[in-house]
Write a protein that binds this ligand. Structure first.
Ligand code: CIZ
Length: 302
């Protein structure tokens, strides 16, 4: 089937089968265009929880679909491709986290939402890239273990006083690949462009950027800014919504382009198959789910 035909068929089936389709900002444009909601992982999980449909088809990587299941245990959650993982999430292993907790019994564990359910269940509280600083500042006590993204942690810790924060040594290889040189190559051709980057980028990039923010914060920034040209230091999928939000502005990417193969494993064919056959169901074991939900709810209460 052609792209448009496939999109029509997906739209038809999701209505017929009472399914809400959610897509992350890093998804392919043709996937974002068939979604009922496009957003960051937490916005999407909240949209999923309040959607009237009984089934959620989550177009994103596995930890995102799991987060939707954690917040909507009574709904059926489907993923178009269960092997779409996250290399950053893979860098936090439950046994290592348990050991770190034992070695630091008075420290609180703050886990970035980009971890699997088992790690969320071991955390005291979850944070996103949009609220990591606020969550750490509000934590009672002095000691924090922040995991798994050392860059996101370091970005906030360098301007935060009064806490002893131990940073896990994880990173997103896609954002780690955004270097000062990969930005300068583009800036040299477009000196007027503002450099806006995600806090998962390495410190030498965030330190020099004009603005640092989560996906939803970057999107709001380009909408409100008076500038007309931007070099966007995050996964290239976000440009689809940026162009829709600010069609008269210019969006450029670092060279080489940050591209997540895992996110792009979700294709229209796979979405169609998942919808048609009711596969692949995402489940989280109940004791793990309940603990993970508590850690997420603590963040939402803040
Ligand atoms: O949590 C998300 O959706 C990710 C991966 C990044 C962000 O900044 O929103």
């Amino acid at each position: 089937m052609e792209v448009q035909e496939l999109q029509e068929e997906i739209r038809r089936q999701k209505e017929e089968k009472d399914v809400v389709i959610l897509a992350h900002y890093y998804q392919r444009p043709e996937i974002q265009d068939i979604a009922d909601f496009v957003g960051d992982s937490l916005e999407l999980s909240r949209a999923a929880a309040s959607a009237p449909q009984g089934t959620i088809l989550f177009c994103g990587v596995r930890f995102m679909a799991e987060t939707a299941k954690i917040l909507s245990p009574d709904k059926k959650v489907l993923t178009p491709y269960p092997l779409a993982g996250c290399l950053l999430a893979d860098m936090a292993d439950p046994r290592q986290v348990e050991e770190a907790k034992k070695a630091n019994p008075d420290a609180k564990v703050v886990a970035y939402v980009n971890v699997y359910a088992e790690i969320k269940a071991l955390a005291d509280i979850i944070c996103t890239s949009a609220n990591a600083r606020k969550v750490m500042e509000k934590m009672e006590g002095e000691k924090i273990i922040f995991l798994p993204d050392r860059n996101l942690g370091a970005f906030h810790v360098r301007t935060m006083k009064g806490k002893g924060v131990t940073l896990w040594n994880g990173y997103c290889p896609i954002h780690q690949g955004i270097t000062p040189q990969s930005i300068e190559r583009v800036k040299a051709q477009h000196p007027q462009a503002l450099v806006i980057v995600h806090p998962e980028c390495p410190p030498e990039v965030t330190e020099k950027a004009d603005f640092v923010g989560s996906t939803s914060q970057l999107l709001r920034f380009v909408e409100k800014s008076d500038a007309i040209s931007f070099i966007v230091g995050t996964e290239e999928g976000i440009l689809h919504q940026m162009k829709k939000t600010a069609p008269d502005k210019e969006f450029l990417l670092p060279d080489p382009v940050p591209y997540c193969d895992q996110m792009k494993m979700i294709t229209l064919d796979r979405v169609h198959k998942a919808l048609e056959e009711g596969i692949y169901v995402v489940d989280v074991e109940e004791t793990v789910r309940a603990k993970a939900e508590q850690a997420i709810r603590r963040m939402l209460e803040l």
